[in-house]
Write a protein that binds this ligand. Structure first.
Ligand code: SF4
Ligand code: SF4
Length: 170
């Protein structure tokens, strides 16, 4: 995930978010709730509410937002973003919040596994023998190796940060 160099120590959390790529539209929200009523994840899990994530961010509740699970539950379907009357780019705001969370050392461990696989294999999910066998059975060609060296150069110059792995299970 891209590293953010701007100084943010004296900045309110909402300002920190709006300075981020993807977070720019945060402050246009007027809390109508269209996002929450459009969200398929909220339909399945009543504890998830994109309007609430936006509200807490506007209220500068950084700790609650970046250390909580909610930002990781969004499925990036963009339903909310298509319908927001204020053109808040909600899914993009959530990406910005995730990047802040990763930099603060808060992310589900699976993202650390994705990061490791990306660096060593060039794919976020390793290709298993099972997948290779299935591809052969379906007449698909073998997957081509990834140019790891070039990829790692890109990761380096774009400031990729591998999410930290936490000891406690989550
Ligand atoms: S739909 Fe847009 S304006 Fe309405 S609560 Fe969600 S983000 Fe805010
Ligand atoms: S992009 Fe995320 S928050 Fe928005 S509707 Fe889809 S799952 Fe819900």
């Amino acid at each position: 995930m891209p590293h953010h160099n701007n100084k943010t120590e004296n900045m309110s959390f909402s300002a920190e978010v709006t300075k981020r790529h993807g977070g720019e539209t945060l402050t246009a929200c007027y809390q109508c709730g269209t996002c929450a009523s459009s969200c398929p994840v909220a339909r399945l899990d009543a504890s998830f509410n994109p309007r609430e994530i936006i509200k807490l961010s506007l209220l500068d509740e950084k700790e609650e937002v970046v250390s909580g699970n909610a930002i990781w539950l969004c499925a990036s379907c963009f339903n909310c973003q298509e319908r927001c009357p204020q053109n808040v780019e909600i899914a993009e705001v959530i990406y910005a919040l995730r990047n802040i969370a990763v930099e603060a050392g808060h992310s589900p461990n699976i993202y650390s596994d994705f990061g490791s696989a990306l660096i060593t294999e060039g794919r976020i999910v390793s290709i298993s023998k099972f997948v290779e066998k299935k591809r052969t059975e379906y007449g698909l060609p073998p997957l081509k190796p990834v140019g790891i060296e070039a990829l790692n150069t890109i990761l380096s110059v774009t400031g990729f940060i591998k999410p930290e792995k936490k000891e406690a299970s989550q």
